[in-house]
Design a protein around this ligand. Sequence first.
Ligand code: ADP
Ligand code: ZN
Length: 208
Amino acid sequence: MKLIFLGPPGAGKGTQAELTSQRFGVAHISTGDMLRAEMREGTKLGLEAKAYVERGELVPDDVIMGMIAERILKADCAGGYLFDGFPRTIAQAEALSKISDIDIVINLEVPPEVIVRRIGGRRMCAGCGACFHTSTFDGDFCDKCGAALYTRDDDKPETVANRIEVYERKTKPLVEFYQKLGLLRTVDASGSPQSVQERIDALLGDIR
Ligand code: ADP
Ligand code: ZN
């Protein structure tokens, strides 16, 4: 099974992608997590990406495609994979179609006020990259690895506004792109993580 999670920042892509990857035993490929790991380790790619990520801009397509082409060859991808935060431009989607088929694209839909609230309370683990929300987790340390939690630089209000604008301009056209290919399924992502997961499960039941 090969799938894509599409949706604006704060739609819950990361949370749902993690739950779904565990449930179906497919690799979870988050370009955002991959970029943050490169930035933490201070690699050449990480340094190049940092300037874009911090401004809420997209990292250039060729950098992203290089990462993806390498990633899907890894052993854990043999049983399928799930993309979270990729593709984010029509150019990335077209490049992807040349290196992989896709079974289904899940489009997570949320009203703007929910996006702002979700990103506002988001905390990340400095050690393992796990994601938390102040509404459901009130500690200062990760319950998985014990490292400190922090607010992502690009979750600051000014940057969030730019990320939403970039989403509208560059990523939203993918909804129509995948609709035309007959791959798009839209899910109401405004409820609790569990209720959204149930809606996703119902969709994936048929293609498993
Ligand atoms: P969110 O989905 O909450 O916006 P992500 O963790 O997916 O956050 O992405 C964080 C940042 O990483 C993006 O704002 C962008 O700068 C960069 N990024 C992630 N994935 C891509 C991609 N596929 N193409 C270009 N830039 C990306
Ligand atoms: Zn952790």
